[in-house]
Design a protein around this ligand. Structure first.
Ligand code: SF4
Ligand code: SF4
Length: 669
């Protein structure tokens, strides 16, 4: 073809591309350090399953298939483009291994994929222009990119078709079947015209590809480059676990400016595809709060790009170890406030940490730590706490419970019931961690009494800490008061260790998540944590608790976010209901992984919900739509929220909310 032109083209396009990537790299370095190099084998598996296997995209069948086709097609076609670039220097160039028969098979494969990609692109355009799913914003950039990719396919077909017309004995003719079928387009044309077509299509294809590469880092399609690294560098801890904050040597707590984020959050910003999956089932978004998880990421990215020059300079200073200069540069930079101007402060408080966004995001973007870090800044740096939350925090500080009931009353719920205390027994198979709701909220104390009656009936060896128990720390940590949380968690761990606790039983998914997933960062090791739904299901299976049938009752089970999505426990509570004759289980449309939040997580239990509509009303409407007379749950917060929603929507005569332990006790043989 034309080696000189190809050299100039490659030099210009690749130096621009590498320059842009270098800028993005330095911008990312403006963030704080975070080690994401641990457990390489697990990371590699994620890369294969979630990245190359497109696991999270294929969850939505047709849209996922469409994306996977474009993704794989792109990989196949990229190999072709590399070959074409080589042919710019030497007409017979081929990539290693693709010179002989394998090259012919590749030609067949490549044309087949190119057709599939074209079909997927047509489907994508049709979805965007005709179906218009609510989660997708109509974006000219997306349409432009789809047409761009289609043009890559078409120019390749036409270049090959022209080449086959000029060289009828070409080895790939027949294998590259679409181009072979397209040869007819050039029938009757002079050699000069066909040659012009061949060269024209060839150069247009190469230029389009190199231009595409340079376009990618400037918009949401940067994910084409960053998605696989983002999957590899994902957080490997459970989705419900927050990261331990180190107070030593820190002057800034939480995130009040972009530079306070770790570099990994910048990779999130680069990688967001704006697909809107996170918004689709976000309880805050669906009930008209100002929070949209997609907007959090996209607005932060817009600010990062808007102040790219500054961030790149800070990144370079940090990389050189010039921390004082970097800090001075950060201080000197004026910009819109991250909390309040880029992100709505109400949005930061609206999150229930339900985990939907994190679980739904195909490129492993971590919205919850992003939001909680901003709460940490508000609470610990600016002492900005919603007024209504102040009482709960005071209660946690003074009495280690958000209801601010005297800590001395932590055992009052027990009454006359036979509930062993650890201080009397010294040791037990299970430590029953009662939690603040079970201890101080009368409705939830009923659940704990039902649970203890079941444990006593089954002869389970357990004990409670009573007044030695402190709040697990979930409310303080979720609202951003990491300092308070770090006072509570170690104290509980010390008590666990004093009694050589091997198994912790919780009746609260928030306590469960905290003890199982977050206490290990504070020294709790080799302790099995089990939720009461799991233990009760085991006791039924082992024949230690026998259930009798009751009257016919339609029940719908509500998945708690911290039991289901964050900890993958979906079956045990349903098995309990399934073991009771007379109970007919009816699933709500949004169930299991797609279960809709009750509205209480993330400390929202202790805040007013005065924006938009109420999340618990949304959920109870859905529960009522199943025709069930009872909504059953396995979480004290869900029980409170759903019980309140039943009253507030005047369904008290036709519906009730109960915990699985209460349902079981009612049906004990
Ligand atoms: S965790 Fe839940 S409430 Fe918070 S942003 Fe994500 S989906 Fe919305
Ligand atoms: S954060 Fe994830 S799920 Fe949300 S729009 Fe971006 S890529 Fe999609």
């Amino acid at each position: 073809m034309n080696p000189v032109f190809m050299t100039i083209l490659l030099f210009l396009s690749m130096s621009m591309f590498i320059g842009t990537l270098a800028d993005r790299f330095w911008l990312m370095r403006a963030g704080e350090n975070q080690n994401m190099n641990d457990r390489p084998w697990e990371r590699f598996k994620s890369l294969m399953i979630i990245g190359f296997g497109q696991q999270r995209l294929l969850y939505k069948r047709w849209a996922g298939l469409m994306h996977a086709t474009i993704f794989f097609g792109f990989l196949v076609i990229f190999t072709r483009t590399a070959t074409l670039v080589g042919r710019g220097f030497s007409p017979d160039f081929h990539l290693p291994l693709l010179g002989g028969n394998l090259g012919l098979v590749y030609a067949l494969f490549k044309d087949t994929f190119a057709v599939l990609v074209l079909l997927a692109i047509m489907y994508a355009i049709w979805r965007r222009l005709v179906v218009k799913p609510s989660r997708l914003h109509l974006s000219l950039e997306a349409l432009f990119v789809l047409v761009w990719i289609a043009a890559l396919m078409v120019t390749d077909f036409l270049a090959d078709a022209a080449m086959f017309t000029l060289q009828p004995d070409h080895a790939e003719k027949g294998w590259a079947w679409v181009s072979t079928l397209t040869v007819g387009v050039f029938e009757g044309q002079s050699e000069a015209v066909v040659t012009a077509w061949w060269q024209g299509m060839f150069w247009i294809h190469v230029v389009l590809l190199l231009a595409f590469l340079n376009f990618l880092p400037f918009g949401k399609h940067f994910h084409v480059i960053t998605a696989l690294p983002a999957v590899y560098l994902r957080r490997l801890t459970p989705s419900g676990a927050l990261e331990k904050m180190d107070f030593e040597g820190r002057e800034v707590f939480g995130v009040g400016r972009l530079e306070d984020f770790s570099w990994r959050r910048f990779l999130d910003m680069y990688t967001c595809t704006e697909c809107g999956r996170c918004d689709e089932m976000c309880p805050a978004n669906l009930t008209d709060k100002p929070l949209k998880p997609r907007s959090i990421i996209v607005d932060e990215r817009d600010q990062a790009y808007g102040m790219a020059e500054h961030l790149i300079a800070v990144g370079k200073l940090k990389a050189q170890g010039k921390m004082a200069e970097a800090a001075a540069a950060v201080e000197a930079m004026t910009r819109p406030a991250l909390i309040g101007e880029v992100n709505d402060e109400e949005a930061i408080w609206a999150c229930t940490t339900c985990g939907w966004c994190v679980d739904a995001c195909p490129v492993m973007i971590d919205h919850i730590p992003n939001i909680i870090d901003q709460r940490r800044h508000l609470v610990m740096m600016e002492a900005k706490v919603p007024a209504v939350l102040q009482g709960a925090l005071k209660g946690l500080e003074n009495n280690s419970n958000p209801w601010n009931v005297s800590a001395a009353g932590r055992e009052d719920w027990i009454g006359e019931l036979d509930v062993p205390r650890m201080r009397d027994k010294g040791q037990a198979d299970y430590l029953l961690f009662v939690g603040c709701a079970g201890s101080f909220d009368s409705r939830n104390s009923d659940v704990l009494r039902a649970l203890c009656t079941l444990l006593n009936t089954a002869g389970v060896d357990y004990a409670v800490l009573g007044t030695e128990e402190l709040c697990c720390g979930d409310p303080a940590r979720r609202v951003g008061h990491e300092y308070l949380f770090q006072m509570q968690a170690p104290a509980n761990i010390t008590t666990f260790q004093k009694y050589k606790v091997g198994k912790v039983l919780t009746a609260c998914p928030h306590c469960f998540n905290m003890i199982a997933n977050e206490y290990p960062d504070f020294g709790l090791q080799d302790v099995e944590v089990i939720h009461h739904g799991q233990l009760l299901a085991e006791l039924i299976a082992a024949g230690r608790l026998k259930l009798k049938g009751g009257e016919a009752l339609a029940v719908t089970y509500h998945d708690s976010c911290y039991l289901g999505r964050h900890n993958n426990i979906y079956d045990a509570p349903r098995e309990i209901l399934g073991a009771i004759d007379g109970i007919e289980q009816r699933e709500m449309p949004r169930n299991r992984r797609e279960g809709f939040c009750c509205g209480a997580g993330g400390g929202r239990m202790f805040m007013e919900e005065d924006l938009g509509t109420r999340i618990n009303h949304n959920r109870i409407d859905e529960a009522a739509s199943t025709g069930a007379a009872e909504v059953c749950t396995a979480c004290p917060f869900c029980l409170t929220m759903l019980g309140d929603a039943i009253k507030e929507t005047d369904r008290g005569e036709t519906m009730r909310a109960r915990d699985i332990a209460e349902v079981m006790l009612d049906n004990l043989a």
